[in-house]
Design a protein around this ligand. Structure first.
Ligand code: ADP
Ligand code: MG
Length: 328
């Protein structure tokens, strides 16, 4: 079973950033209001995610580390809808097979209660012991790929790995404004983001994550038609190469890289794009979960729309209109 987990880990766990993403998605699924992340050495040495969510009971702790143990899918219909972000109960098992993983959790309001389970490399039967923890969960992942040297060799410099991790953090923090976040790297606070769901709080977060320059050139939009809603910020093209990757598109709260979406955006920007300029945007598409399949692949950020034409035309016309206004 460990080998199966390690193979599965190849699918889910590519680098520290992918561990961060999986752990944070679990914390979000657990209903957390505040999520704190701590990384050391780009995450290769340590990734700690601490949340104030539902917590895990003592009897479920070892189970959380076993393959295909998910508490999130109760029926086939639910599997089809997949409103939550989790993917089939493989993440923790996979991560624990290629790292030294520790899980500390408490489901009670009593901060003196709580349980710890440690899984290290080949160890088969995780045992639990008492460990006080405030209500919620901490997952600590040390020495990623310590037992898979071939994989470890593919890790880049600390700076590069942290860059990927910070980018994963950015996407997650941009997907949930109602959650408060802290990101530390090597004991330094890199981001501290207060929760807030109004426009002012959102724009403050955008500024903190993407730089003040983003908002200076960006236009807020919020449009709705035939059951689809598109809101967020579109930036006028800039020359800055540094901003070339500031392109975020979320579908029902999940970051997406999709060809149909990319095409619609490119078309809409066509008239305002000049040579060498890149569009920047943070956009949120919301639609009935029945009309989109987000579970195409656990990590590839692809989606499948039931009515691609409708989505494409809606995106194009909304953005085209908004961008036209910026030129007027
Ligand atoms: P999945 O998220 O697909 O269910 P995971 O391997 O990521 O699979 O997690 C396994 C299970 O462990 C989850 O279904 C959940 O019950 C529990 N779990 C993991 N992380 C947390 C957390 N931060 N808070 C509460 N429960 C958690
Ligand atoms: Mg998960």
């Amino acid at each position: 079973p460990r080998l199966t987990n390690q193979i599965a880990a190849g699918e889910v766990v590519e680098r520290p950033a992918s561990v961060l993403k999986e752990l944070v998605e679990n914390a979000i699924d657990a209903g957390s209001r505040r999520i704190e992340l701590e990384l050391e050495a780009g995450g290769a040495k340590l990734i700690r995610v601490r949340d104030d969510g539902s917590g895990i009971g003592a009897e479920d702790l070892p189970l959380a580390l076993s393959r295909h143990a998910t508490s999130k899918i109760f029926s086939l219909e639910e599997l089809e809808e997949v409103a939550s972000l989790g993917f089939r109960g493989e993440a923790l098992a996979s991560i624990s097979s290629v790292s030294r993983l520790e899980l500390v959790s408490n489901r009670e309001d009593d901060p003196k209660s709580g349980w710890r389970v440690v899984a290290e490399g080949r160890q088969m039967e995780p045992r639990i012991s008492p460990a006080p923890h405030p209500r919620g969960t901490s997952v600590i992942v040390r020495d990623l790929f310590f037992n898979t040297p071939a994989r470890r060799k593919f890790l880049r410099t600390e700076k590069t790995e942290f860059g990927h991790a910070e980018e994963a953090f950015r996407r997650l923090a941009l997907s949930r404004y109602d959650i408060g976040w802290v990101l530390r790297h090597n004991q330094k606070v890199i981001h501290q983001l207060r929760p807030g769901d109004d426009d002012l709080a959102r724009e403050k977060r955008l500024g903190a994550l993407l730089g003040k320059g983003f908002l200076d050139n960006a236009l807020h939009l919020d449009l709705e038609a035939s059951g689809l809603r598109l809101w967020g910020w579109v930036g006028l093209p800039t020359h800055s190469r540094a901003q070339a990757d500031q392109q975020y598109f979320f579908v029902n709260g999940r970051v997406v890289k999709d060809r149909l979406v990319a095409h619609a955006i490119r078309q809409a920007y066509r008239d305002v794009l000049f040579h060498g300029r890149q569009p920047v945007f943070v956009l949120y598409l919301e639609l009935d979960p029945q009309l989109v399949d987000v579970n195409v692949h656990p990590t590839k950020h692809e989606v499948r729309f039931r009515d691609g034409r409708l989505v494409h035309d809606f995106l194009f016309s909304s953005l085209h209109r908004a961008l036209g206004e910026t030129r007027a």
